[in-house]
Design a protein around this ligand. Structure first.
Ligand SMILES: Nc1ncnc2c1ncn2[C@@H]1O[C@H](COP(=O)(O)OP(=O)(O)OP(=O)(O)O)[C@@H](O)[C@H]1O
Ligand SMILES: N[C@@H](CCO)C(=O)O
Length: 318
């Protein structure tokens, strides 16, 4: 259950007249999201996704939706926000900010193979390049400053050995973020949450990335590390699957070649990406928000991934 604010066909019929999409024909709630109320809608012009934002405000939304518009205009495969007749892409519906975006074909790929990872690598590199001249800047709100706030909050829930891991990794990441190598890493707007359930495929053809609501400015390498840590692993152990890693890295590199600084920073970035999701999962697990309805994701998954990235040699960037 994940429609928090209901929208009837009647509600939609009046509201949709501000868009050039024809009459509303059908609306169906989508059950899988946990942040927003999402609906598939059908109008005389086709099928779309309607999202009512439950937490993000009118002031916060332009970064995400304008980024999607910017990318879609540059042929990056992402949902394109549909403007109303005044050009506005964020409009109130039933008391919430709402947007209509194009519907991506296909379904998410729960068991990606090398061919899927290569498609994702290519599109990720294209996305980074296309976002370079995006005019709105927002930091990654789940970056180092957020880790600094969150680590002390979750530490009391951990045993001593795990506390040591977290403290040691925080220090490692502080040093990394302050290093000359880090300062040389190319950066810009990134997705920052490109897990396998945030991309659609028709067979082996990628049809697009979605769920941009953790996007922000960070290093491109961090974004790639987040993506590799989910798409290219054996899920039960967290171990990297070398053919899938190689397929993703090769495809990315073919579009946007890695810099020498990135080659040196790869291992630290894989660790940073593991730490980011370990922390957010620990926080959601031990400090669930009052109205949270769904079971939180397992934090130990990213604890395992972090331990592996620290102790095992990781495949280099070529
Ligand atoms: N543009 C789109 N095209 C096709 N399907 C979409 C699109 N946007 C969302 N969906 C579908 O809606 C579901 C929920 O969307 P999404 O993951 O963005 O939800 P959310 O509540 O915003 O975020 P979260 O995944 O963090 O819970 C997706 O799993 C997907 O099936
Ligand atoms: N991708 C995140 C969930 C938030 O989108 C996780 O797996 O922890």
């Amino acid at each position: 259950m994940a429609v928090f604010t209901p929208v009837s066909l009647d509600d939609l019929s009046g509201w949709i007249s501000q868009f050039s999409l024809g009459k509303a024909l059908a609306i169906k709630g989508i059950s899988s999201g946990i942040e927003n109320s999402n609906f598939f809608i059908t109008t005389e012009s086709g099928e779309y996704v309607l999202t009512l934002f439950e937490k993000l405000s009118f002031e916060q939304l332009p970064f995400y939706l304008e980024l999607m518009r910017h990318l879609a205009q540059r042929d990056v495969l992402v949902p394109a926000p549909i403007p109303n007749k005044n050009g506005s892409i964020i409009n109130a519906l039933n008391g919430k900010p709402a947007a209509i975006v194009t519907k991506l074909e296909g379904a998410y790929q729960p068991k990606p193979q090398s061919v899927h990872c290569a498609e994702v690598g290519t599109m990720l590199a294209r996305m980074h390049l296309a976002a370079k001249d995006f005019g709105i800047r927002q930091p990654n709100l789940r970056g180092l400053p957020w880790w600094r706030q969150t680590a002390p909050v979750v530490l009391p829930y951990l045993n001593e050995e795990t506390q040591n891991l977290l403290r040691t990794e925080m220090q490692f990441q502080e040093d990394f973020a302050a290093s000359d190598i880090y300062a040389q890493l190319p950066n810009g707007p990134v997705h920052a949450d490109l897990f396998r359930d945030n991309a659609m495929f028709v067979d082996t053809r990628l049809t697009g990335f979605f769920d941009f609501y953790f996007a922000g400015c960070d290093t491109w390498l961090f974004d790639l590390a987040v993506t590799v840590n989910d798409w290219c692993i054996d899920l039960p152990t967290g171990a990297l699957d070398l053919p899938r890693v190689q397929a993703m890295l090769d495809a990315y590199h073919a579009v946007r070649p890695f810099t020498p600084a990135e080659q040196q920073a790869w291992n630290a970035s894989l660790r940073a990406a593991a730490l980011r999701f370990w922390l957010s999962r620990l926080y959601d697990f031990y400090l669930p928000r009052a109205a949270e309805m769904l079971t939180p994701h397992d934090p130990t998954h990213f604890e395992r991934i972090l331990r592996l990235r620290v102790t095992h040699a990781n495949p280099p960037l070529n």
